[in-house]
Design a binder for this molecule. Structure first.
Ligand code: BGC
Length: 235
């Protein structure tokens, strides 16, 4: 039996191309443990990543349910794409597998969607992009998510996608100055397409953004990816 609702704790997990992170949130979404991170195991197969999550979970104390952000399309707990992880993820029922492993109910959504829940104000058109190994994206209308929007694999410029032009591999190749110039172009392109009220930029590489940003564009801290986990259990 669970205690009263107020003491329900959620283990929030962010699976990334370079790191797997976890934290425990209270019922209001406030962290009650310190965020811990492990390098994403290689090869990044379902089994190795589930092992990493189990290790992180065992160091996080008590929790009653689990929220996971996964770097690919997720439908009904099944991972359908995994551009920066092993191909074994395609068609994998992560929700069931992790639930069996941790003996707790699990909900899984796309990592950028989860990050978005941690960032948006819930009014108007809000777009979220995440800059890390991959390029994540999430669109919200009055706080309601349009799920699995995969901007990263959409053409951006010169026959390349947003992820090919702005992902971490490209940042390392072309350096921060050129990468920032490209990002500036991407922001302009997204503004003209979505006419968003706000654009939030998160992910591990957001700290390398060095641009004069328009007033409706905000940088968000990487921990937002984990804070959004509470939204998966809101209803
Ligand atoms: C994936 C997205 C994910 C993004 C950030 C992309 O390669 O296709 O689903 O949100 O990386 O991790």
């Amino acid at each position: 039996m669970l205690e009263d609702n107020g003491s329900i704790r959620t283990l929030s997990v962010d699976i990334g191309g370079s790191g797997v992170k976890a934290i425990v949130l209270d019922i209001t979404g406030t962290p009650v443990t310190e965020r811990k991170r492990l390098d994403t195991p290689q090869p990044a197969k379902p089994e190795t990543i589930i092992n990493a999550i189990a290790v992180l979970a065992s160091a996080q104390g008590e929790f009653h349910r689990v929220a996971v952000g996964f770097p690919g399309v997720v439908r009904c707990g099944v991972t359908e794409t995994a551009a920066n992880l092993d191909r074994d993820w395609i068609g994998f029922d992560l929700e069931s597998a992790l639930s069996q492993r941790l003996h707790k109910p699990v909900r899984v959504i796309n990592d950028a969607d989860m990050q978005g829940f941690g960032a948006v104000a819930g009014k108007g058109v809000e777009l979220v992009i995440t800059l890390g190994t991959g390029f994540g994206s999430a669109l919200f209308v009055d706080g309601k998510l349009v799920p699995n929007m995969e901007m990263g694999h959409h053409p951006f410029r010169k026959g390349k996608t947003y992820e090919e032009q702005l992902g971490r591999a490209e940042l390392e190749k072309i350096g921060e100055k050129r990468w920032n110039r490209r990002l500036d172009k991407a922001i302009a392109s997204l503004q003209s397409l979505f006419n968003y009220d706000y654009l939030y930029i998160g992910g591990g590489e957001a700290v390398r953004v060095n641009l004069q940003l328009p007033l409706n564009v905000k940088l968000i801290p990487n921990i937002t990816g984990l804070l959004g986990g509470i939204a998966l259990w809101r209803n």
